[in-house]
Design a protein around this ligand. Structure first.
Ligand code: ADP
Length: 228
């Protein structure tokens, strides 16, 4: 469960707040799309969830963790509950597909035996079995993003945050990536997706939260949009 109660965030006293009294409740296993123009506050909202930024006021509780009580030493544990993927993939260029995903397990001390068992299962989910030895540069953009998703979910986070994951992709590859997000959601992970792509929003027919000038201006289930 994600709970934001009247959360505001100001980066400086001179500028308008990036977020102003945002209240949002996301149930476990929900799929929520966040839309809004550039500068609306979407990334700030996601950074508050991952604790890259702290709110100026308001309350945040994620998966039972009250962020007011969160100590710095607990942040790695929090980040294990939240997987993240970004527009620019952020893969390690000198590691192949298998190694990119395995790395997320090595850093938490998983044994080679477990890694060799776990990574193929996740690559299966994202449709990349058989491409284990490919280097990132030998993959299409859509495949690279699916490696990034595999890496984000391999430790079975409760929440997957996907910040414009299709921003660099053509429509076919974009939809392949969205289908993988839907599959991961079906397996029980909460998905928070930001996108500028209205076609994707309309095809998904999920809950859509619209942010404008740091405020939530609409929050609708099964929403579709028509460009006016
Ligand atoms: P979006 O993701 O919707 O494009 P952001 O959350 O990045 O919006 O930005 C919301 C507002 O906060 C913008 O006015 C932006 O300039 C400002 N902002 C974002 N990050 C910072 C930062 N690190 N320092 C100062 N201002 C920031």
């Amino acid at each position: 469960m994600i709970l934001l109660d009247r959360v505001s965030k100001s980066y400086s006293s001179e500028s308008e707040p990036a977020l102003e009294r945002i209240s949002l409740h996301v149930e476990p296993k929900e799929f929520v799309i966040i839309i809004g123009a550039s500068g609306a506050g979407k990334s700030t909202l996601l950074k508050l969830l991952t604790r890259e930024e702290k709110p100026s006021s308001g309350k945040i509780i994620v998966g039972g963790i009250d962020y007011d009580k969160l100590k710095d030493k607990d942040i790695p544990l929090l980040r294990r509950k939240i997987g993240t993927v970004f527009q620019d993939f952020k893969l390690l260029p000198n590691k192949n597909v298998f190694e990119n995903v395995a790395f997320a397990l090595e850093i938490v001390g998983m044994s080679n035996r477990e890694i060799n068992h776990t990574v193929p299962r996740v690559l299966d989910i994202v449709g990349l079995r058989g491409k284990e030895k490919r280097m990132p540069l030998e993959l299409s953009g859509g495949e690279r993003q699916r490696v990034a998703i595999a890496r984000a979910v391999v430790r079975q986070p409760k929440i997957l945050i996907a910040d414009e994951p299709t921003g660099n992709l053509d429509p076919k590859h974009a939809w392949d990536v969205i289908k993988v997000l839907e599959k991961i959601n079906r397996y029980g992970t909460t998905v928070i997706l930001t996108t500028h792509n209205i076609e994707i929003v309309n095809k998904l027919k999920r809950r859509v939260v619209t942010i404008k000038d740091g405020k939530i201006v609409s929050d609708r289930a099964n929403a579709e949009y028509h460009e006016s």
